[in-house]
Ligand binder design. Sequence first.
Ligand code: B12
Length: 492
Amino acid sequence: MFQSGQAENKRILLVNVERTATRSPNLGLGYLASVIRRQGWDVRLFDAAQKGAGTTALLSALREGPWDIIGFQAYSSGYPITRAAARIARKLNPDTPILLGGRHASPLAEEALGEEEAFTWAVVSEGELSLQELAAHAGAGSIPDEILATIPNLVRRTPAGFMRGPSRNPENLDDLPLPAWDLIGPEHYPDSPIGAFVDALPVVPIITSRGCPCRCGFCGAHLAGTKIRLRSPEAVVDEMEYLHKRHGVREIQILDDNFNWHRSHAEGVCEQILKRDLKIFISFPNGLRLDHLDADLVRLFERTGCRSATIGIESGSQKTLDRMNRRITKEKMEHLLREIKANSSIRLTGNFIIGVPGETAADIEQTIEYAASLPIDRASFMVYLPLPGTDFFNELKAAGKLSSMDYGHLSPNEGVVPFVPDGMTPSDIRRFLFRCYARFYGRPAILKGLLHEVHSPGQLGFLLGKTLGRLSGPRIGGPSLKALQAIERGLA
Ligand code: B12
């Protein structure tokens, strides 16, 4: 059914259409771009987080066909706008296979294919092997179902219902090419990296491992596999060195789901950086695992150029921690944090979640007081989001508590509380969130510490811009859902 172009000019358009308050290089699309380029394809990227990537740019990219494949990436929060963009893509490119991939498709591929005809196929988990195989078969007319059935992680419609290809992710991550940094380098993005504080700009994210063996109730990291696959420290630091030399990068944000689960991996990366005398900062805005951290490892991070680290603490209620399957006590966390603080000057940010299923007002009160009692310098409090694929989501769904779910609300920027525990209201949760911040930051020592982190007027400007950006949320850059819906109606 789907005709593709000639072998020498096969073309793919990769699209992320969701605007986020933080605008940072898109590693997922970067990896997919480099893998498919290796097959000789031309790649065009539209990432709504990039400078100038608005509605007009999206439309012109979609009109620049014929495309041999169009691939959409979506987080759950971006799923509604991605559907709208896919419908436009379908109208402008009636014969092109359109793929849905990314973190929303991983748990909900069949649901998406069932409700949105614009998507030809969906890809669950990681997409490199799927695209590699699709690229090898695209181009000679429609791909027969016997071939589609062999494509890793591909979900397709068949007369017998939805079928999935074999589950397979890249085993040896060093075999993957580096992400296409020419398409996703820092020069394409405004200065709006992940986390409130960075030590130096430009800053970019990298991933040194994939998968996570833990199964915290609120998190879907296990969807990338429960066995951690590691890149070699040499390959990781080769990438850092390349980014430093070629793109002038001065800080690297390591975004692994569980960077320090294997201590030898974390040590190996640091030792390589030290051995090469690479003058960069490293940071961990996605959170380190506290039960695998100690003063020695933190001191090594510090010697390697780490000035701050984020720790997943999550709650001050032991009941909630147990329900989340965190496998650690409050006392143990406090002890570890004190030991780290006493032995290093790394600034610590604690991540907390409130409004988790089963929580009462008393549990959230405990989180507020616990956060303020810990030796941490900053705290980030998030309202619990029922993310598809997580154990909590599955429990809530089975209990009939998520019947009218709008996936677009699964973002902190929407100002919506998508789930409230029994006995509470969205206003209660908002009030608690305000109190979390007021209690934590309303202390002179914490405020003084924050001021110390501002080294220059430039940094102050950056921080103010970032805060304003956060407050204005998804209104910066990128297409809007309303604009896309209006365009779709116009094309009808
Ligand atoms: C960086 C990051 C961000 C950045 C986004 C930068 C970007 N555009 O890439 C920012 C800070 C904006 C962000 C924000 C949020 N994030 Co975030 N984020 C991450 C993080 C830490 C790393 C992403 C990454 O680079 N991964 C590495 C790459 C290689 O993987 P990938 O992007 O998933 O891509 C692979 C596959 O998904 C697939 N794929 C992806 N796209 C496509 C497209 C096609 C066509 C195909 C075939 C395949 C495919 O193939 C890729 C290569 O293997 C992940 C956790 C993680 N380790 O992945 C969470 C994660 C993606 N975020 C998550 C969440 C929940 C959020 C927030 C809601 C957090 C919050 N509470 O504030 C917001 C939502 C966005 C918003 N509306 O503001 C969840 C998503 C769950 C879900 N169902 O949507 C994750 C998985 C964290 C978690 N463990 O739960 N995030």
